[in-house]
Design a protein around this ligand. Structure first.
Ligand code: HSE
Length: 436
């Protein structure tokens, strides 16, 4: 049986895991794929590392372009990350008629439309299971398993670093900055954690899922993105008292007016399964009209979990390699000619519930004024707690949950409330989803 030849670009954590798992499970993978999947050449700047991992069992080069131009290579696996070089390499591989497998969510979120159009034109496959939620087969589930459904919404914990930080903040009552430092010391968070903590990594993954769920183009540029760096431990505590947990969620929802595409810290009921996803784990909740809510849970990063997804794509490509392009599963789940343009809703038009925390003077009539401003904007209060003021203290905190309203209405109400003389400083506002 002639092997299918893979050219691996990058043998870092995921590349190393891919080599190891392919070697360890070669016999079973061959039985599944129908023929051996062989890493024929590895490109990496660090040739010593290539040798360390492969033991000289395949060719090595420090020139990634030599791999994408190599006529012996059937599938290029791009694991170098980043935007520009990865884009050039992937487009060159496609232009040379090679199939591509990538774990690069940033690349697809930014250049996915161009890459899929090029792949479509050349009749090659682009696999990207590893780009979203690491080892969880969420792309397969959305693209194939749920294909009967009209997908209504997706809500996911799709960044392990931030979920780890939030779990630690809740467990230990520590502030964000302290937990981040610990996470960096333990190697859970990158030295530059911006992409993770500011929600950008989650938004990349969300944009990909949204496109597949609704059959529309990738729309990362229009996503609303808020991270967790401004989140205070006290809000995690108050949320808990009200029966909620705070998670960094990526949410995409189809409404009659357009698509919501947003990443932000979100209160969710503590009794939901997804609220109990702790540490660096990932989970994605998908609501389909026929199946109802389905939940996918697992490791969203790491060498072998991500390799599991890369190799699943390699097996898919190997199986479908000789099929007519029109008989393969479409890249974005919908046939290329059947994609639609759906407007992305600005955040001001999103409808959700809210958590508000305000510092107020503790005297008669203050709460009535606040409630009146909410009512004037059509906002109904769902729950409220007031902190016991300390001995001699003349100010207190009020924490409120609202029923659903449009974001622009809560913005207006907040502006009015902040202008009240009895209200001190800015109001903390977080979004809340029941996930029903
Ligand atoms: N940095 C990501 C996370 C993993 O923390 O989940 C890779 O996407």
């Amino acid at each position: 049986m002639k092997a299918i030849n893979v050219g691996l670009l990058g043998i870092g954590t995921v590349g190393g895991g891919t080599y190891t798992v392919l070697a360890r499970n070669a016999e079973e993978i061959t039985r599944r794929a129908g023929r051996p999947i062989r890493i024929d050449i590895v490109a990496d700047r660090n040739l010593e590392r290539v040798h360390e991992i492969t033991g000289g069992s395949c060719r090595a080069t420090d020139d990634a372009f030599a791999v994408v131009d190599d006529p012996a290579i059937d599938i290029v696996v791009e694991l170098i990350g980043g935007y520009d070089l990865a884009r050039q390499l992937v487009l060159a591989a496609i232009a040379n008629g090679k199939h591509v497998v990538t774990a690069n969510k940033a690349l697809l979120a930014k250049h996915g439309n161009e890459i899929f159009a090029a792949a479509q034109q050349k009749g090659v496959m682009v696999g990207f299971e590893a780009a979203v939620a690491g080892g969880i087969p969420i792309i397969k589930a959305l693209r194939e398993g749920l294909t009967a459904n009209r997908i209504e919404w997706i809500a996911g914990i799709i960044n392990g670093t931030t979920n780890f930080i939030l779990s630690e903040m809740r467990d230990k009552g520590l502030p964000f900055a302290t937990v981040l430092q610990d996470a960096q010391r333990l190697g859970y968070a990158e030295a530059d954690p911006t992409f993770d903590v500011e929600g950008i990594d989650a938004a990349h993954k969300l944009s990909i899922m949204s496109a597949i769920a609704f059959g529309s183009a990738m729309n990362f540029a229009q996503a609303h993105i808020e991270g967790i760096s401004q989140l205070e431990a006290v809000d995690i505590k108050y949320a808990e008292r009200l029966g909620y947990r705070i998670k960094l969620l990526g949410i995409t929802k189809r409404t009659s007016e357009g698509v919501e595409l947003r990443v932000h810290p979100t209160l969710i009921p503590a009794k939901r399964l997804i609220a109990n996803v702790e540490g660096a784990m990932n989970a994605v909740l998908v609501k389909g009209d026929a199946v109802g809510a389905t939940l996918y849970y697992g490791k969203g990063a790491g060498a072998e979990p991500t390799a599991s997804a890369v190799i699943a794509d390699l097996v898919d490509v190997t199986r479908m390699h000789t099929a007519d392009p029109e008989h393969r599963v479409p890249h974005l789940a919908f046939q290329p000619g059947a994609m639609v343009e759906l407007p992305i809703l600005p955040i001001a038009e999103v409808t959700t519930s809210y958590y508000l925390r305000l510092r107020v003077e503790d005297r008669a009539g203050v709460l009535a004024d606040v409630a009146r401003l909410l009512a004037d904007n059509g906002i109904s209060i769902d729950a409220m707690i007031q902190r016991e003021p300390n001995e001699g203290e003349e100010q207190t905190d009020i924490i409120m949950l609202t029923h659903q309203t449009r974001e622009r209405h809560i913005d207006q109400a907040i502006a009015g409330i902040e202008a009240l003389p009895a209200v001190k400083g800015s109001i903390i506002r977080l979004r809340l989803e029941e996930l029903l």
